[in-house]
Each structure stands twice: as structure tokens, then as C-alpha cells.
Design a protein around this ligand. Structure first.
Ligand code: C2E
Ligand code: MG
Ligand code: MG
Ligand code: MG
Length: 271
């Protein structure tokens, strides 16, 4: 909106822009400090088998322990980490931490089949990423590390993604498409993506019990996954009603508050 009536309006708007920019710069600096001072922490959320309820893995979810504000959720700082490229360094930290934690659980006799980490677009395109994952898989063993990548990221650069994911799979990493159903997948590309699992976005799980259209989407994603020999997991499962329906639809695994919130300590396998 342009206001040409007075000089004051211009200075008002530019002041607002200036404020927004300095707030951003301030956050960026604090995020650099956070990395230096080890203020990031990983929380782990269980994933369970729909039929048996057994723990199938855990997902690492990043938190920032800000000395000023306490625990900060990733939605508040990941966009800026992405924008500044700092996500590559923080992402490396996440993978290193998750691998170290996984080895620690194993040493303590806690057998968890898989640990999953979220991967951002910048990381996937980083030239050192493949080596990093190669070393990580060496540490945890083939088939025990899963990378969660959102659908939109894979569809942005399909040929590049197919190539990189192929290498990562060959190294022994598993790959899940996160937030599936929100990213306008081209089905022909999807069939060529060397992935192992689809994660149904929580928005569909939420509205699935509220009307026929989202139920149809969930049903279709599950049958699509199975016809492509992929594992399918529902995220954001909060109620028994959702769980019952998902089991009926043959969804393989579940994740959500009903089974456990993201937590500082790892959930013990229920066997
Ligand atoms: P995501 O990977 O799709 O993770 C699922 C989000 O849903 C998490 O939010 C989780 O805490 C939340 N959630 C889990 N169960 C339920 C439930 O039953 N109900 C509801 N309402 N929410 C549930 P969180 O931890 O705030 O993470 C948000 C997003 O931030 C993640 O979405 C992921 O895209 C990103 N993220 C988190 N950690 C990392 C990381 O280490 N690296 C990168 N690049 N992104 C990360
Ligand atoms: Mg995820
Ligand atoms: Mg998700
Ligand atoms: Mg999400």
C-alpha cells in the first residue's frame, strides 16, 4: 500500500521494516551463539507398529534451549536457519547428536530399530551431505538411520533428488517422504523416487474423521504406498478414533500424542 500524502507515512513504514530487520538480525546472532554454546537439544518421539503397538523407531525433533525464553520450537527458528544457510551446520549437529544418542541407547541395552532425522533442502544439496550420511550409517549400521524429507523439497528438483536419494539408499539409509499429500507430487516422479516410506501429513489425519474427502485422501495414500511397496505411517495421531480408523485402512505405523509426545528421554520398547 502506497501512501503519498505525507512524508511521515514513508518514515513510519520504513521504521517498521527496519525494526523487523533488526529483530531478524538479532535472532540470527542468537542462533549462532546457540550453536557455539550447545543450546540445541533433540527430543525424541516414538513411532509404533499399528498392529502390535511395538516401538518401530523414534524421530529426532530439534529444540532450542534459549536462556532467555526457555524451550523454543523449530517452527520459530528453522525458517531463519534455512534462509541464512546456518541449517547446514545445525543439521550436521542434529545428525551427529542422533547417531551418538542411538549408540548410547544400544550400549545401554535399549534396542530401538531406527532413528529418524529431518533433513532440510539446503542440507540435501550440500556437497558434503552424502559423506556425512555414509559415516553416520557406519556408526549405527545399515537400515537404522532414516532421513525424513518433505515432499515439496523432492519435487522442486526431481532429477537431482532421484540421484542423491539413490546414493543415500545405496549407503544403507532409509528415506521417508514427510508431510506427504501437501506437496503436489507428480506420480510419475514419485514412482522413480528411491524412498522407503510415506508419512501422511497430520492435517489429513486430523480431518479424516470429519468428512469424506480427507478420508478418501488418507485411503488413497495408504493404497498408493502399498502398491509401490512402501511403508506408510500416519503422523499427528491423537485419538483412539483416528487410530482405529487407520488400523482399519491398514496403515502400517503411527506417530502422535496418543503414543507419546516428543521427549528428552527415549521411550523404552514395549516388549
Ligand atoms: P515434522 O517432521 O512433520 O514433525 C511433526 C511435528 O508434529 C513435530 O513438531 C511434532 O512435535 C508434532 N507432533 C507430533 N505428534 C503430534 C500430534 O499428535 N499432534 C500434533 N498437533 N502435533 C504433533 P515440531 O517438533 O514442532 O517440529 C515441526 C517441524 O520442524 C517438523 O515437522 C520438521 O519439519 C521441522 N524440524 C524439526 N526438527 C528438525 C531438524 O532437526 N531439522 C530440520 N531441518 N527440521 C526439523
Ligand atoms: Mg519429520
Ligand atoms: Mg511431518
Ligand atoms: Mg510437518
Amino acid at each position: 500500500i502506497k501512501c503519498r500524502d505525507s512524508q511521515e507515512h514513508y518514515s513510519f513504514y520504513s521504521q517498521e521494516i527496519h525494526q523487523r530487520m533488526s529483530r531478524k538480525l538479532n535472532l540470527e546472532n542468537r542462533l549462532r551463539v546457540a550453536l557455539e554454546k550447545d543450546q540445541f537439544v533433540l527430543f525424541y518421539q516414538p513411532k509404533v507398529d499399528s498392529k502390535t503397538g511395538e516401538l518401530t523407531g523414534v524421530e529426532a525433533l530439534l529444540r532450542w534451549e534459549d536462556p532467555e525464553r526457555g524451550l523454543v520450537a523449530p517452527g520459530e527458528f528453522i525458517p531463519l536457519l534455512e534462509e541464512t544457510g546456518l541449517i547446514v551446520e545445525v543439521g550436521n549437529w542434529v545428525i551427529g547428536r542422533a547417531v551418538a544418542d542411538y549408540r548410547d541407547w544400544r550400549a545401554r541395552g535399549i534396542g530401538i530399530p531406527m532413528v529418524a532425522v529431518n533433513v532440510s533442502p539446503r542440507q540435501l544439496r550440500d556437497k558434503h551431505f552424502v559423506d556425512l550420511i555414509g559415516h553416520a550409517v557406519d556408526e549405527v549400521g545399515e537400515g537404522h538411520l532414516e532421513l525424513e524429507i518433505t515432499e515439496s523439497v523432492l519435487m522442486e528438483d526431481t532429477e537431482g533428488s532421484i540421484k542423491t536419494l539413490g546414493i543415500l539408499r545405496e549407503l544403507g539409509a532409509k528415506v521417508a517422504i514427510d508431510d506427504f499429500g501437501t506437496g503436489y507430487s507428480s506420480l510419475s516422479y514419485l514412482s522413480r523416487m528411491p524412498v522407503t516410506a510415506l508419512k501422511i501429513d497430520q492435517s489429513f489425519v486430523f480431518s479424516m474423521t470429519k468428512g469424506p474427502n480427507d478420508l478418501a485422501i488418507v485411503t488413497s495414500i495408504i493404497s498408493l504406498a502399498h502398491s509401490m511397496n512402501l511403508m506408510v505411517i500416519a503422523e499427528g495421531v491423537e485419538t483412539e478414533e483416528q487410530a482405529r480408523l487407520l488400523r482399519l485402512l491398514r496403515c502400517d505405523q503411527m506417530q502422535g500424542y496418543l503414543y507419546g509426545r516428543p521427549n528428552r528421554s527415549v521411550p523404552l520398547p514395549s516388549r
